[in-house]
Write a protein that binds this ligand. Structure first.
Ligand code: FAD
Ligand code: PHB
Length: 390
């Protein structure tokens, strides 16, 4: 089989690119390792930049997001039993974010691909890109006993952090930058009314906590936990009790608890692989970079990669102009590193670091005091949170 663009990975990055290219008459196939149900059972991001929301609309996938997603013009940072509000709208010059779950967004993308008879293959085993430095790359995968070969012009590695694409770039070409944090986030999804209409990021001496939501009846909460903790250590009651301890008293008093419908622990990691292009392979999203979730940048950084790739591919196929493809890695990485900086900053500002000295703790407190005493500092936070321009 021959297609123009073969996309490895059917997460949000791969599906969005496939949908956008299809609308421009560019032929794609998406190869996904897991079943659709599995992909849709992963509870991940919840906050979309306005630029991402615009890209979803351009992909003709924005209808439900616009109907059911919530526009948020601010969020709270709780510390020392007070709540300070970050007015995103005011400090970003009129911008906001959309609260809409990654699961729903992925569902919308799958539905759109199905409607247009897009080629999305699930449960592919052993996907492997070949001849990436030639003009005729191809991808193979196993379907039961059968080895399937897809010939293409370009391969997109949108297969997440544990995918095969990045590892097919030779070690002497790829440079990896990484920072591991000494904690993870324990997340709980519950069918309860959210404790606050806007997100609350809470800095507390017992550790960070986040109150987020998916809708007015579906809450998403997180607490910072040591990397050694296991899900068995956190029955629901223990989770709710610990969350309450880390929130201002009046907020804790309002918290509605209920059975968890999903519970998971995610380690926090910062990671960037450079370059994001090797011959005819282009990496996008978590395949090339990871951020700790504190700044809500992960999925949004994936979307900016897709924006650059989409325009570069359209210029190539429609105008014979390869400048976008040539510049892709450099352009994408420039924005990726800004998201890395912001996520590192927000993580450092709000978490409890087990090895911090009293001096480090004082600096952390001062950073927070400075933030809420300076309109310029709030402006910097707001412009990064709503998303820097593509
Ligand atoms: P993925 O979603 O990882 O998709 C990759 C796909 O490739 C998967 O479906 C996988 O099954 C498939 N795959 C893997 N290997 C292969 C293979 N060998 N062959 C074929 N297919 C393969 N981001 C935000 O912007 N805002 C947030 O609020 C936010 N919150 C988060 C909260 C948590 C708890 C976590 C864990 C993440 C959060 N993120 C957030 C990050 C966000 O979820 C990711 O950045 C996003 O999923 C990246 O999308 P992707 O398509 O690049 O990768
Ligand atoms: C979420 O709702 O899952 C979420 C929101 C904001 C973040 C991270 C995760 O910074």
């Amino acid at each position: 089989m021959k297609v123009q663009v073969c996309i490895i990975g059917g997460g949000p990055s791969g599906l969005l690119l496939s949908q956008l290219l299809h609308l421009q008459g560019i032929d794609t196939i998406v190869l996904e390792k897991h079943s659709r149900d599995y992909v849709l059972s992963r509870i991940r991001a919840g906050v979309l930049e306005h630029g991402f929301a615009a890209l979803m609309r351009e992909a003709q996938c924005g209808e439900r997001m616009d109907r059911e997603g919530e526009i948020h013009e601010g969020f709270y940072i709780a510390h020392d039993d007070v709540m300070d509000r970050v007015d995103l709208n005011k400090y970003s010059g009129g911008s906001s974010v959309v609260v809409y779950g990654q699961t729903e967004l992925t569902r919308d993308l799958y539905e759109a691909r199905d409607k247009m008879k897009g080629n999305v293959v699930h449960n592919v085993a052993d996907a492997a890109p070949h001849d990436l430095k030639s003009d005729a790359p191809y991808v193979t995968y196993r379907d039961g006993d059968r080895l399937v070969r897809i010939d293409c012009d370009y391969v997109i590695g949108a297969d997440g952090f544990h995918g095969v694409s990045r590892t097919s770039i030779p070690k002497d070409v790829l440079r990896e930058y990484e920072r591991l944090y000494p904690f993870g986030w324990l997340g709980v999804l519950s069918r309860t009314k959210p404790v606050s209409p806007e997100l609350i990021y809470s800095k507390h001496e017992r550790g960070f906590a986040l109150c987020s939501l998916r809708s007015q009846t579906l809450s998403r909460y997180y607490i910072q936990v040591p990397l050694t903790d296991k899900l068995e250590d956190w029955p629901d009651d223990a989770f709710w009790a610990e969350l309450k301890r880390r929130l201002p008293q009046d907020v804790a008093a309002k918290l509605v608890t209920g059975p968890s419908i999903e519970k998971s622990i995610a380690p926090l990691r910062s990671f960037v692989a450079e370059p994001m292009r090797y011959g005819r392979l282009f990496l996008a999203g978590d395949a090339a970079h990871i951020v700790p979730p504190t700044g809500a940048r992960g999925l949004n950084s994936a979307a900016s990669d897709i924006y650059y790739l989409y325009h570069a591919m359209v210029d190539h196929y429609k105008k014979g102009d390869d400048s976008g493809l040539e510049a892709y890695s450099q352009k994408a990485l420039a924005r990726v590193w800004k998201a890395q900086r912001f996520s590192w900053w927000m993580t450092t500002l709000l978490h409890r670091f087990p090895n911090n000295t009293p001096y480090d703790d004082k600096l952390q407190e001062t950073e927070l005091q400075y933030l809420f005493s300076s309109e310029k500092a709030l402006g910097s936070l707001a412009e990064n949170y709503v998303g820097l321009p593509f």
